[in-house]
Design a protein around this ligand. Structure first.
Ligand SMILES: Cc1cc2nc3c(=O)[nH]c(=O)nc-3n(C[C@H](O)[C@H](O)[C@H](O)COP(=O)(O)OP(=O)(O)OC[C@H]3O[C@@H](n4cnc5c(N)ncnc54)[C@H](O)[C@@H]3O)c2cc1C
Length: 451
């Protein structure tokens, strides 16, 4: 959940979440590394340089500095005011470079409630509301727990979209609700997207699972189906080698580079990494297990809504963005924001967007009126009639997007394969995409059919 902040005042801020706020979305299921770097010139310079070339030198130094400063401040606040139980090193110093998602998000929910924010759980926003001059003035959605017909509308003098990214229902961990709703809602209100060409991040997972926690694969060796080592394969550098091999044969992996001490530490550090292995009776340190790649789209990719100013404004009056809904090109360029940058961005951008929205709201007299819904195709078909239904749109979209053959091809990707046409059934292949999911009600993952 992007952190939205502002001088709200009791009852003045409403937070609508598609799931149960604090348990839904990518952070809640993950153990999250944070771009938390002390304000020392050398350390900061190293931190900024670490992904600069990988990102094609597209990141902005001003924004990187700003995010590093704000993240330092906010993580400090989490430790002191939030009393987050960071582990300590041998000298008794807190290690603040990561958080356990469930614990972190539980504390964030408590904090939001203490600030007097009204939370609407299980209440996906389906469209924004705009006034006669195009100022975003609220949102409408559905209260799932009250039955499908229980629509709601919230009038507001400003709106922050922090609805995560889009993982195309690929099955990646914690991303089932991340269907790109923020991007759609923003685009419908007139905002622009940016960096969407950098949104083809794939995560490693044991085949048939949603376990896309990738940090421990730095201890992995990768093997072809005949048992020979897959040269050049790796988790951080060398994922495209795996992608290419997977087009032709199963790839197996074993975490055999971890010694006994590291193995014990790994179990303590990320217990949920081992759950699927324990259930399947696999010892990942000894038994080779088949792996796959699952699309993480704009969750660990960097594209999103274009950020126009320091308040994370979108250029559409009254509309602000945070977290994965916003582009992270500003700090990552064209490289993934996973592993550290994205968490720092979610915190920092949430605080700026919240404060910006609060300022905008304070400068807007009276209650917005004469509102019209901004939702388009999917809710209000322009041409009516017989377009594809929602289930078909979702299936076509996943078929097109999830495959490595679609997104990991062409010059510069290292895959050396051209796109393959979709299968005649339109069904994603089990190898390239996780289990197909059943159709959802239109409020979840509202998909815009192709025009
Ligand atoms: C397995 C995994 C591990 C990761 N590890 C790291 C890491 O170590 N370091 C790092 O920096 N990044 C990491 N990332 C990326 C990081 O988790 C995301 O960048 C971060 O969660 C973004 O926060 P967010 O609030 O924008 O989105 P999310 O945490 O995804 O939250 C989105 C929220 O929006 C809600 N929502 C969605 N649609 C709607 C709607 N229509 N109406 C209302 N609510 C809606 C969801 O229910 C959810 O609560 C990881 C991602 C994954 C998947």
């Amino acid at each position: 959940m992007g952190r939205a902040e502002g001088r709200a005042g009791r009852g003045h801020v409403t937070l609508a979440d598609k799931g149960y706020c604090g348990t839904s979305g990518a952070t809640a299921a993950a153990g999250t590394g944070i771009w938390y770097v002390p304000p020392e010139p050398e350390a900061r310079a190293r931190a900024k340089a670490s992904r600069e070339a990988l990102g094609g030198h597209l990141a902005d130094h001003g924004w990187m500095d700003r995010v590093l400063d704000r993240t330092w401040e906010l993580v400090g606040e989490l430790a002191t005011a939030g009393r987050y139980p960071f582990p300590v090193d041998a000298d008794g110093r807190q290690i603040r470079t990561g958080v356990q998602g469930p614990e972190y998000m539980r504390r964030m929910r408590t904090r939001v409630l203490r600030a007097g924010v009204r939370i609407l759980d299980h209440s996906p926003v389906t469209e924004l509301l705009v006034d006669r001059s195009g100022v975003v003035s609220g949102a409408a959605g559905v209260r799932l727990r009250d039955g499908e017909d229980a629509g709601y509308r919230v009038r507001a003098r400003a709106v922050v979209l922090a609805a995560g990214g889009c993982a195309f229902r690929s099955g990646t961990l914690g991303c089932h609700p991340n269907t790109g709703d923020g991007a759609l809602l923003a685009a419908e209100a007139g905002a622009q997207l940016s960096g969407m060409e950098f949104s083809n991040a794939y995560a490693l997972a044991p085949l048939g699972t949603s376990l896309t926690k990738t940090a421990y694969y730095s201890y992995a060796s990768f093997y072809r189906s005949d048992g020979s080592v897959l040269e050049g394969a790796g988790s951080t550098k060398g994922r495209s080698v795996i992608a290419r091999a997977l087009l032709d044969e199963p790839v197996h992996c074993v975490l055999d580079r971890a010694d006994a001490q590291v193995r014990a530490a790994m179990r303590l550090g990320q217990p949920n990494f081992f759950l699927p292995f324990d259930r399947l009776g696999i010892d990942p340190f000894v038994d080779p297990f088949p792996i796959t790649l699952l699309l993480e789209g704009t969750v660990r990719g960097t594209g999103g809504v274009h950020v126009r100013d320091g308040d994370c404004g979108t250029g559409v009056p009254g509309l602000f963005v945070a977290g994965d809904t916003a582009t992270r090109e500003l700090i990552c360029g064209g490289f993934t924001g996973g592993g550290s940058h994205n968490a720092a961005w979610a915190m920092s951008s949430g605080s700026w967007a919240g404060a910006g929205a609060a300022r905008f709201a304070a400068g807007r007299p009276g209650s917005p009126w004469g509102l019209r819904p901004a939702g388009g195709v999917g809710l209000r078909p322009e041409r009516g009639g017989t377009g594809p239904d929602q289930a078909e749109v979702v299936l076509r979209c996943r078929t097109r997007c999830c495959r490595t053959t679609r997104t990991c091809s062409g010059p510069g990707t290292g895959c050396g394969r051209r796109s393959t046409p979709s299968t005649t059934s339109g069904e994603p292949s089990g190898r390239d995409c996780a289990r197909p999911t059943p159709p959802r009600p239109p409020c979840c993952g509202r998909a815009r059919p192709p025009r």
